[in-house]
Design a protein. Structure first.
Lengths: 372, 286
């Protein structure tokens, strides 16, 4: 983001349903022209956040700003944002044309202008010849396109998408992901996209907001989130991770020596105390095996299994304490024999160390909330 | 092999549908045909019919006196429908927004009075509304009025009785239709810039049209033929189609004319159903 101009500002918004807090007070800025994804497991508050922006829910606390104007108390029909619903929500009694024209009719546009706009929108989503079909005569992917055309026809400042690809099969989904991303780039409209699919989030987003239990866990670019997860949850939820508890032995210029149950390893990180218990996260693709020990690493394990999955080989190594370490290897690489004892190492720069404290604090609060 | 199977399915269909079909043929179809036949017969001198075919009864129906009664009945049925719809729609909306157990309980409350005979309930109304009834007594004693309001034995009282009797038939299909309405459609409409009123006109109303049609038919058809409401609430002063049929058969002993009016009623019903099958789905009637 070169010029960071917030188009939507969420200031301390929270939401409580029947005494249960589904959204803890949070702040979030959404910048003009960006593709922002709210990512998290079901019940994390991502859809509630989206509905607050759309105006379907009023936050219990906090304010919502659209282009600097407070829209918290405005009805959905007074906000210049549009939504693509998870269930598409196409009007069954109207054909494709009338569905797309719905918002334009409400704006009292003249008929020829409406026709021009609807035709352009349908062409954009490649449904030029479907004008007269009823929603019941469309496939899931086509319904999706109509829903997008209907929302975009109103020239919204921000387009909100609530798991729009959830009902499509995998192949169509991948195709639509790329199309949506291209559409967003061409139009330059801000997209706020809700999904529980981390791969989808990584593929499409400029920035990702990871949520859990009504809280923001981490906000950042896909690269930041993947390579530098801020919490154990993020490390675990986004992509595959090997996560082990270990304790800090020493820190020298950002280089950490850690002691795991079965040996010493190296990683990078700052502001850790000696003897602090931390989470060590290493992505499977960053772990390597060697027959001879590598400097700084005394961790060893037994090769348990090789699983061929096409693009790579997943190797499972069992550590002496029984923990499993997952490794992704290139299919052409020489594989260690099953059952053999191997040394384990990685590039310390690619291993992330996370404080355990915050996580345990979050968990404690969550437990307390659940008990209530 | 296949033939045996066919015979078996035929037998099982016969066993399942047979009794109902037999019942309908014996007690519905044959009497109906008989009614149509009678309507073309000549009136017997001492009641009953003579097997002399004539169109006399139908000529009488189209006389101005009887036509005005038919017209009055149709208007009354339309009014009943309209009032029921206006009251029932918001009520059904309210019902469908309540938690399931509460709305079932309220539905039970609507249906509960219908376990008591309609005549008794209408007599209850008469006790409240007549000149020396509850309402007038209270109003006079409070000094709001000096002489009793004339409510009973007017067309207004008949309309009240009709609405009261057939209201549930409007509520139930409406509620079914409204609770089927996808909430996200309303949200989508508001999201696209439609105010609440516009959303109702453009999305909610078209989507609940099947329920409106179903309810209207279920109120219209019985209110066209109901004679007991006019009897109790209207006294002798108001005569409707139902009353004519009842009188021709039981008092005037002109069976052919009564039968002809019955045929007229059946035709009205069929026309309404035909219209309905064009615009709505018959499934919603159930």
């Amino acid at each position: 983001m070169e010029d960071k101009k917030p188009i939507i500002q969420l200031c301390g918004i929270s939401k409580t349903f029947d005494g249960t807090e589904v959204l803890s007070p949070m702040n979030l800025n959404v910048y003009e022209g960006e593709f922002l994804t709210l990512l998290g497991p079901s019940g994390c508050g991502k859809t509630t956040t989206l509905r607050i922006i759309a105006g379907f829910e009023t936050p219990t606390q906090g304010r919502v700003f659209l282009e600097g104007n407070d829209v918290t108390d405005l009805q959905p029909y007074r906000r210049n944002v549009n939504t693509v619903f998870q269930s598409y929500a196409l009007f069954p009694h109207m054909n494709v044309y009338d569905n797309v024209a719905f918002g334009l009719v409400e704006k009292r546009m003249k008929k020829p202008e409406i026709k021009e706009k609807v035709t352009a929108m349908l062409q954009m989503v490649q449904l030029g010849k479907m004008e007269n079909r009823k929603p019941s005569q469309l496939s899931g992917g086509q319904k999706q396109r109509v829903a997008i055309a209907r929302a975009l026809a109103n020239n919204p400042k921000v387009l909100l998408l609530d798991e729009p690809l959830g009902a499509l099969d995998l192949k169509l989904r991948k195709q639509m992901q790329l199309e949506l991303k291209a559409l967003q780039k061409n139009l330059g409209i801000t997209f706020i996209y809700v999904t529980h699919d981390q791969e989808e989030a990584l593929t499409m987003s400029d920035r990702i907001v990871v949520m859990k239990g009504g809280r923001l866990e981490q906000v950042g670019t896909p690269k930041e989130i993947y390579e530098h997860p801020a919490t154990k949850f993020v490390a675990d939820f986004i992509g595959e991770s090997n996560i082990f508890e270990s304790s800090v032995v020493s820190e020298e210029d950002g280089m950490l020596t850690l002691m795991m149950e079965n040996g010493h390893v190296k990683a990078t990180g700052k502001n850790f105390k000696t003897d602090e218990i931390v989470y060590l996260c290493v992505r499977p693709e960053n772990v390597f095996l060697s027959e001879t020990p590598v400097e700084g690493f005394t961790l060893k394990g037994f090769v348990k299994d090789h699983i061929y999955v096409g693009s790579n080989v997943k190797t499972v190594v069992e550590l002496p304490n029984g923990n499993l370490l997952r490794i992704n290897m290139h299919p052409m690489s020489k594989l260690a024999e099953t059952g053999s004892l191997v040394s384990i190492y990685w590039d310390p720069a690619k291993a992330v160390v996370i404080h355990t404290k915050e996580d345990s604090m979050y968990d404690a609060i969550e437990d307390a909330v659940l008990k209530d | 092999m296949k033939k045996i199977k066919n015979n078996k399915t035929r037998l099982s269909i016969l066993i399942m549908v047979g009794p109902t079909a037999l019942w309908l043929i014996l007690f519905l179809l044959i009497p109906m045909i008989y009614v149509v036949y009678i309507s073309f017969c000549t009136r017997g001198t001492f009641g009953g019919v003579e097997n002399v075919l004539t169109l006399d009864s139908y000529r009488k129906i189209f006389s101005s006196l009887y036509m005005s009664v038919t017209l009055k009945s149709l208007v009354m049925a339309f009014e009943t429908c309209a009032i029921c719809l206006v009251i029932a729609y918001p009520f059904a909306w309210f019902l469908s927004k309540l938690p399931k157990n509460v709305s079932s309980f309220l539905q039970l409350l609507i249906m509960l009075p219908f376990w008591v005979n309609g005549l008794l309930r209408l007599n209850g109304w008469s006790n409240i509304l007549r000149d020396s009834g509850l309402l007038n007594t209270v109003l006079i004693n409070l000094g709001i009025i000096s002489s009793p309001l004339k409510i009973m034995y007017t067309d207004g009282a008949v309309l009240l009785g009709m609405v009261y009797c057939f209201f549930p038939f409007m509520v139930l299909p409406l509620q079914t239709s409204i609770s089927k309405l996808d909430q996200s459609l309303i949200e989508a409409s508001m999201d696209l810039g439609a105010t609440k009123r516009r959303t109702f006109m453009r999305v909610v109303l078209p989507q609940t049209l099947p329920g409106i049609f179903a309810g209207t038919i279920q109120v219209f058809i019985p209110s066209l033929g109901a004679f007991f409401v006019a009897d109790v609430m209207g006294g002798g002063s108001s005569v409707y189609l139902g009353n004519i049929i009842q009188e021709q058969f039981l008092k005037a002993r002109n069976w052919p004319l009564g039968a002809a009016f019955s045929v007229l009623l059946i035709i009205f019903t069929l026309v309404v159903l035909k219209f309905y099958s064009k615009v709505g789905s018959l499934d919603d009637l159930a």
